[in-house]
Design a protein around this ligand. Structure first.
Ligand SMILES: [Fe+2]
Length: 356
């Protein structure tokens, strides 16, 4: 497990059916009947609403620090040191409260296209951290995949930021750079002094985990890390806003990134859904009561997140966000909504500080 990542989520397996209401073509027997029940860490239990709200500032600060660290061009001097400090801070903040980490990442992805490359890498790193904890991977692998997530696109960092804002189709030159960016990222990491083969290989393979002619049975650690990173990359990119399109709802992103053409998740897709829940923190949902809210914590079951309702069933806004237990049928989740469908700008401190 990654250093500082003592208990971001502790998988507890129970024989509860995985809720598939939004994946009607996925028979229940085709996913493990185990449902991950994220149990908050002790530190999370202790954290008051005020403390939770205070973490908003911490995440906004680390987002800026990481964007600055990645964009610097001093690869042969202080670059790796700054990157390492940012990576450590992200691990610490995720360990303090994984639900707030996921909430902040998704809200940033759906509302803020500035510094896209850094924000996207940070979201991937947080999800990779939680998945590697779920798999109980060795610490070296957990750190390698997180570092790879943060740095996989440095070979096209500025161009990736520009592409998130770009309306026109990619030019031929841009397509060439996209094609080459994984190799370029490895080159820059080596010039910065990175010599961890797992980190470097996960970056090199992050769009193509298995080389032509290479065996993948069983997967090597490098292939395994790259395969998980590739899926997380696709899933979080679907959720993210671009100039040309809004972010997808959680249901659409899960369908596109975690299910195959027959509507079934493979092992990696199922793991991502188990770790994040069907409605990840930060995603908008409509409840059976007609209220619209945002998920603030994963719940006892994948389909029963804790939601802060912000819009009443009659369309008016609540004065204070109301915490809803969606395990109660009155407040059951009816469907997920994209940020564009929800059309609600959130005050994160108030939402995360809301009490149940
Ligand atoms: Fe990439």
């Amino acid at each position: 497990m990654a250093a500082g990542l003592q208990n971001p989520i502790r998988p507890v397996h129970r024989t509860l059916p995985f809720h598939l209401a939004f994946y009607p073509s996925m028979p229940q027997e085709d996913v493990s009947s185990d449902t991950v029940v994220p149990v908050p860490s002790e530190s999370t239990e202790r954290a008051s609403g005020i403390a939770r709200a205070g973490r908003v500032d911490s995440w906004q600060a680390i987002k800026k620090s990481l964007a600055f660290a990645l964009a610097a061009s001093d690869f042969e001097s202080g670059w790796l040191d700054r990157l390492s400090k940012s990576a450590d801070r992200i691990r610490d903040l995720t360990a303090q409260d994984a639900d707030i980490a996921l909430y902040m990442m998704l809200q940033t992805a759906t509302n803020d296209a500035e510094n896209y490359s850094a924000s996207h890498g940070m979201y991937c790193a947080v999800v990779a951290d939680l998945c590697s904890a779920y798999f109980e991977w060795p610490e070296a692998e957990a750190i390698a995949i997180q570092n790879a997530a943060l740095t996989m696109n440095i070979g096209m960092l500025l161009m990736q930021n520009a592409m998130a804002q770009q309306i026109e189709p990619l030019s031929s030159a841009q397509k060439l750079r996209v094609e080459d960016h994984a190799a370029k990222s490895v080159e820059l990491l080596k010039s910065a002094g990175v010599d961890d083969p797992l980190w470097l290989e996960a970056v090199r393979r992050h769009h193509r985990p298995v080389d032509d002619g290479e065996s993948a049975d069983p997967l090597t650690p490098q292939q395994r890390l790259a395969q998980l990173l590739q899926r997380i990359d696709v899933f979080t990119a679907k959720l993210s806003k671009r100039k040309t399109r809004p972010g997808s709802s959680a249901t659409v992103a899960a369908r596109d990134a975690c299910l195959d053409t027959s509507g079934l998740p493979d092992a990696t897709g199922a793991t991502i859904l188990r770790v994040l829940g069907l409605y990840p923190p930060g995603s908008f949902v409509r409840l059976a009561s007609g209220e619209i809210g945002v998920v603030i914590r994963r719940g006892d079951k994948a389909h029963t997140p804790v939601v802060a309702s912000v819009r009443r069933g009659d369309g008016g806004m609540f004065n204070q966000p109301m915490v809803r237990n969606t395990g109660n049928p009155v407040h059951a989740v009816q469907c997920s909504l994209s940020a564009d469908q929800a059309k609600i700008r959130l005050d994160h401190e108030r939402v995360l500080g809301a009490r149940g």
